[in-house]
Design a protein around this ligand. Sequence first.
Ligand SMILES: [Zn+2]
Length: 165
Amino acid sequence: MAGTSGSPAEGAPPGDASDTSSADNAKTTKWRMDLLLIFGMVLIACLFLVIRHVSRESAIKNEKSDSLVVTAEVNGKVWGSWSLDENHVIEIDTDYGHNELTIRDGAAYMTDADCPDKYCMQMGKAMRTGDNIVCLPHKLVIGIASPPASDAGGSSDLDIDTVAR
Ligand SMILES: [Zn+2]
């Protein structure tokens, strides 16, 4: 009787031990699950950050190219203006000479000129507010500006004046 009553009591500790070991197992698997979950969350967070960064960058780009205008001034007077996000090839023929301005893929650049120094053709691409291309012999200034509607700040005009000096 004592043995039978003892056997359950004896059986209890192994049962307990197995219980704790299984609980340990459950704990470690839970730990692993937690780690996996945390890892996954970090990964997702990183992904989100990257996506947000990229989409924000492209949004800024779109905003810029949408709102910018290419202007040509000859001898201080506006000769013409064109949207920077449309492709154009503009022949600028004035009393001072001939220039060919190309606007393509959100950038404006001089593709031909009959000025003696050809400096304007080496000035590269203008694509941001304040950028400009100057052809001194032809008194020609190509500038990038915000559209007149949003000219309240007037800072873009100031930029052009200071750079074109
Ligand atoms: Zn030139």
